[in-house]
Design a protein around this ligand. Structure first.
Ligand code: ADP
Length: 582
């Protein structure tokens, strides 16, 4: 049990340590993850701004180039031929608000579409000729800062001079509508996203503002100087005006006077001499959102790892407790084996003690059985030796001597029989034996003792009882032995009966008496050698305790079976069964 608990504690401690390590690693990488997510987010915003800026620059430049090619290729044409091309360019190239031709005097003479062309408009008269002058004098395209259009919105004015050799013929003024550019390149960036996009020119003027339409055309820097609500934005605008690119954070004033952090990624739009700047401004909470989703995934991963560790640990504990159970069961069975063996040892010890007692009893019995007849014989011999004894006395003495010689011979024969039985050297002269005659012979040899004790002897043997296979002499010895015991342990005027019958292919012989009986616990033991029931009557009756052991030996050598039944104090019955002849 202790080992089991120890194992569990060790596993639990390891499990807790592992969970702590995994959790602390998780938290350690937490900060790093935050940084990486932030960096990647900024990088991504910058990339978007850069892409938009490149798109815008390409788009605008392309339109300028088209007009420049027209001005170069058609510089020698009639003005009417030149302006005829405006329609085609306008229709086939998106983004133009109008394309106009201004003659050498600075007067608009043609434009397409016509309804947008202020034909007759005199730049000099309106004091708006500086860009025209610059294009003419420098012989180079002039782009003026986007200005409000008549129809609303902003337009970028591109002044392309037309020279036929050294002869100045006028200026093509192409106006690119700013909303075409912003609708195409800036508006889609913020679809399905929070935040907004804006674009400024090199003066800080708003060319586009996805969040505040009203700001378009106004100067942010001026606005900020008048009403500074957003901390850090001015610095960003300055960076943009300088044509830098990068990401930065500023605090934006919200309607409810609280401030929200904004991440701005900005990139310059460089085309010709123009420098504009595109900026994507998104709330910092969007990154938090991303970080939270990364955290959530990290947490799921952490949870899974912890669950695996816990599961593994519980599995190990279960495995250990199964092992322990098996061990316990083994120990239990070994212990019960040991207890059983111990009991068997104790029993064997008891048995040895009994045997030892039997041995001592045997020694004293044998010495008694040897000494008694010897003493009797010696006394009788001395009487005979003294002489002068009458004939009667001499006969009596001789009788005593002969009886005791018989007694000793019987004892020696019994011992020899027993030793032969035990060593398996008993020779059986097997033949077909009639138990009828065996019983008759046995009765004949005990007849005198029966009558001396006044015992009534009943014999019941069915006529023609089957023969058995066996040694006639030995079987007679068994029956005589059983009869002698019955006589010995039956009081005067008792009854002895001897019966035989056939039963299931066997012949059964039963010797019953009305004697002292045998206690139930001794019924099996009486067949052990030297065993005598411990009672006064047995002791008085004398004997060696060998008779029944020899009977059992003889019957079992015939493959038969012998046992005793008794009602203690009322009599005993000894039964044996032998196979009958085929
Ligand atoms: P012995 O008779 O020489 O003592 P046995 O082996 O013949 O030896 O008998 C063993 C014991 O069995 C006897 O001492 C006696 O206690 C008991 N016994 C045998 N036969 C009878 C019987 N018919 N009635 C009562 N006890 C008997």
């Amino acid at each position: 049990m202790k080992v089991k608990r120890d194992n569990r504690v060790v596993i639990l401690v390891i499990c807790i340590i592992l969970i702590c390590v995994v959790t602390s690693l998780g938290f350690k990488t937490h900060g790093e993850v935050e940084e990486i997510v932030q960096e990647q987010f900024n990088e991504q915003q910058l990339l978007l701004a850069r892409q938009a800026a490149l798109g815008i620059a390409g788009f605008a430049d392309e339109r300028v180039t088209i007009i420049e090619i027209l001005a170069r290729d058609r510089s020698g044409d009639e003005i009417a031929n030149l302006t005829r091309c405006f329609k085609t360019i306008y229709e086939e190239t998106s983004g133009f608000y109008s394309i106009e031709f201004i003659d050498t005097n600075g007067v608009v003479v043609y434009g397409y579409p016509e309804y947008r062309a202020p034909v007759g408009y005199d730049l000099y008269a309106e004091n708006r000729s500086s860009a025209f002058d610059s294009a003419r004098d420098l012989r180079k395209t002039k782009i003026s800062s986007p200005t409000p259009l008549f129809e609303g919105g902003l337009g970028s004015f591109i002044w392309v001079p037309v020279y036929k050799g050294e002869e100045f013929r006028g200026v093509i003024l192409a106006i690119i509508r700013m909303s075409t550019i912003t609708d195409r390149f800036l508006a889609p960036i913020m679809q399905n996203r929070t935040g907004y996009v804006y674009m400024i020119d090199h003066n800080g003027k708003s060319l586009y503002d996805g969040a505040r339409r009203e700001a378009i055309g106004k100067n942010y820097i001026k606005m900020l100087n008048e009403n500074s609500t957003s901390e850090g934005w001015l610095e960003i605008l300055n960076e943009q005006i300088n044509g830098s690119e990068g990401t930065a954070v500023y605090l934006k004033e919200r309607d409810n006077e609280s401030k929200s952090e904004q991440i701005v990624a900005y990139a310059p739009v460089r085309w010709r001499d123009e420098i504009w700047s595109v900026a994507i401004s998104v709330p910092a909470s969007e990154v938090d959102h991303l970080i939270r989703s990364v955290y959530a995934r990290q947490m799921i991963f952490l949870g899974t790892v912890i669950a695996i560790i816990l599961g593994g640990s519980l599995g190990l504990i279960a495995m250990f407790s199964r092992w322990n159970k098996t061990l316990e069961a083994e120990v239990k069975s070994k212990t019960s084996d040991m207890i059983r063996m111990n009991k068997e040892l104790l029993l064997a010890n008891e048995r040895l003690k009994e045997l030892d007692k039997l041995k001592s009893d045997f020694v004293s019995m044998v010495s008694h059985e040897l000494k008694t007849p010897l003493a009797a014989m010696r006394t009788s011999a001395q009487v005979l030796n003294m002489g002068g004894a009458g004939e009667e006395t001499k006969r009596e003495m001789m009788d005593i001597i002969l009886r005791n010689i018989d007694r000793q011979t019987n004892l020696v024969n019994d011992l020899l029989d027993l030793s032969r039985i035990e060593s398996g050297r008993m020779d059986l002269k097997i033949g077909s034996v009639s138990l009828d005659s065996v019983i008759a012979d046995s009765i004949e040899s005990v007849k005198q003792a029966v009558s001396e004790k006044g015992i009534k002897l009943n014999v019941e043997i069915p006529e023609g009882i089957a023969l058995v296979k066996g040694d006639r002499e030995k079987l007679t010895q068994v029956v005589i032995n059983l009869l002698n015991n019955a006589i010995k342990f039956t009081p005067r005027s008792g009854e002895i009966s001897i019966k035989a019958r056939e039963l299931n292919g066997q012949v059964e012989v039963k010797v019953s008496d009305t004697g002292i009986g045998i206690p139930p616990e001794d019924l099996d033991k009486v067949f052990d050698k030297f065993y005598q029931v411990d009672s006064t009557l047995t002791r008085e009756a004398g004997g060696t305790g060998l008779g029944l052991a020899i009977c059992k030996g003889i019957i079992e050598a015939h493959n038969g079976h012998i046992w005793a039944e008794s009602e203690f104090g009322r009599g005993s019955t000894f039964i044996f069964r032998l196979a009958k002849c085929d």
